[in-house]
Design a protein around this ligand. Sequence first.
Ligand code: HEC
Length: 159
Amino acid sequence: MLELMIIGQMMGQHAQQHPHLVERHRTYNMGKIPKEYKGLKNPLKPTKENLAAGEKIWKEQCVACHGESGKGDGPAGKALNPPAADLAFIMTRPIAQDDFLFWTISEGGAQFGTAMPAYKNILSEKQRWQVILYLRKKFTGTTEPPKRMRHRMMQQGTN
Ligand code: HEC
C-alpha cells in the first residue's frame, strides 16, 4: 500500500486518475516482468525504413484506440474502461524504457484486466521494435529512451 502511494506520488495526478497504470508501472518498477523481457534493448537502428514501417504499424494497429495525437482519445479508445493510455505523455517519462514498452506491447493488458491487446502473435519482434522507434520519434523527438531515475526510486525505497 505504501509502495502504491509512493509510485502514485511519483506519477502525479495522471496515474491517480488511472489506477490500472499504477499496477502496470508497479509491476515493472518492482522488477516483476517476465525474465524474457527484462533488460531488452531495441536492436534496430532508427533508419528511415524502420521509422516508416513503425508509422504504418502505428496507424494500422494503434491509432483507433490511442488516437492520432497519442492521448488515448481514438474513437475505440475513449469508450474503454480503463481508457487507452496517453502515450504522448508516457513516452516522455522515465518508465518508457525499451523493455517496458516491448513487454507491454507483446503481452497486452490481460493480466491487468484491460483492453490493451497482446501483439506477440500479431506483430513480429521486428515490427514491435519498429513501432517503439516510431513512438519515440513522434512523441519525444529522439529515438533514445528517456533517462532512468533509478537513483531517486531507490532513495524512495520502491526499487
Ligand atoms: C483496443 C484498444 C487498443 C489498441 C488497438 C492498442 N492499445 Fe495500447 N492500450 C490500450 C489500453 C486500454 C491501455 C491502458 C491499459 C493498460 O496499460 O493495459 C493501453 C496501454 C498501452 C501502453 C502502456 C502505457 C502506460 O502508460 O503504461 C502502451 C505502451 C501501449 N498501450 C501501446 C500500444 C501500441 C504500440 C499499440 C499498437 C501496436 C496499441 N497500444 C494498441 C488500448 C489499446
